[in-house]
Design a protein around this ligand. Structure first.
Ligand code: GDP
Length: 298
């Protein structure tokens, strides 16, 4: 997803190679190229400005490290600043002292929530947890069925309203699921919620009501990395309407520019915790800001 950004930054660094020291003009030119590379990758403008200012200040003040040549120093600074905008340290899931740990998924329709429920369920199961998925997306006719299929593939049980009962209240389903988890000793409950194609006041309220009913330990905002600047706008809308503790980037395997998604941690102040890079259940892992930065810069 970040091939062009990688190429552009590497070309920028190449221009500095062989220079014994950097003039102000070199630093200006480099800052300009980094700015263009980030903007072209669709990184949020405010994030780009802050990023470039930080790199420039540090390169000018040159925390001079005699062991590194100027181009290595710039790479080091850019790397550290990238890690910073991506959220710094990787953040682990917080588990409740008294199980079940409740993880609620929020995001637009099509962002990858249902798929993520299966991925996360499998990931937790392989770590010795006993997760249960909850179908609280009753908006789309096929959503319950889709979650059951995903749960089946992941080997994780699914709590869903009985078919044909006309049960249409996702808040009651979510509430009942916690009771069920206690009864059956599931230690983690993953609640899938409904999402519209665009931000929608009614569904935002529904997500907030589900949140209040299940009191989640973690609310994860799932965002399709391919949707461009809307990723940032949607993240802000969900931060305000429901609130969330962490971000999951999905579809990092796509060929869109993806930089907007990389801006979310900085814009919302919430860490990116997981990343998905494919439709298969194992195309998923913890997000490591340092590894992502290295991938972009290597
Ligand atoms: P939901 O509406 O938020 O529950 O989204 P879904 O989980 O149904 O995902 C929407 C579509 O995106 C499905 O076709 C998924 O297979 C696909 N999808 C989900 N995650 C990824 C991913 O990381 N990469 C790719 N390429 N496709 C994904």
């Amino acid at each position: 997803m970040f091939d062009t950004l990688q190429d552009r930054l590497q070309a920028t660094f190449r221009n500095l190679r062989g220079k014994a020291r950097l003039t102000d003009a070199d630093i200006d030119a480099t800052a300009r190229e980094i700015r263009l590379a980030l903007l072209e990758a669709d990184v949020n403008l405010a994030v780009v400005k802050e990023f470039v200012a930080a790199v420039k200040a540090r390169a000018t003040g040159a925390e001079l490290n005699q062991a590194l040549n100027p181009s290595q120093q710039i790479v080091k600074i850019v790397n550290e600043e990238l890690v910073e905008i991506l959220g710094g340290q990787a953040r682990q899931l917080r588990f409740a002292k008294n199980p079940p740990t409740v993880i609620m998924l929020a995001g637009l329709q099509g962002s990858g929530k249902t798929t993520l429920a299966g991925k996360l369920g499998l990931w937790l199961r392989e770590q010795g947890h006993t997760p249960m998925l909850v179908a609280a997306d009753l908006q789309r006719p096929n959503a319950v069925n889709q979650l059951q299929v995903v749960g089946g593939r992941a080997g994780v049980p699914v709590f869903a309203p009985e078919p044909g009962n006309g049960i249409g209240d996702p808040v009651s389903v979510a509430r009942a699921s916690i009771e069920e988890a206690r009864r059956k000793y599931y230690d983690t409950v993953i609640v899938d919620t409904a999402g519209r194609l665009g931000v929608d006041a009614e569904l935002m309220q529904q997500a907030a009501d589900i949140r209040d009913a299940v009191n989640p330990d973690e609310i994860l905002f799932v965002v399709d990395a391919m949707i461009g600047q809307d990723a940032v706008n949607t993240a802000n809308a969900f931060a305000e309407g429901v609130g969330f503790d962490g971000v999951v980037l999905s579809k990092l395997d796509g060929d869109a520019r993806g930089g907007a998604a990389l801006s979310i941690a900085k814009v919302t102040g919430r860490p990116i915790m997981f990343a998905s890079n494919g439709e298969a259940l194992r195309d998923f892992d913890l997000f490591h800001p340092d590894r992502m930065a290295s991938r972009i810069l290597d």
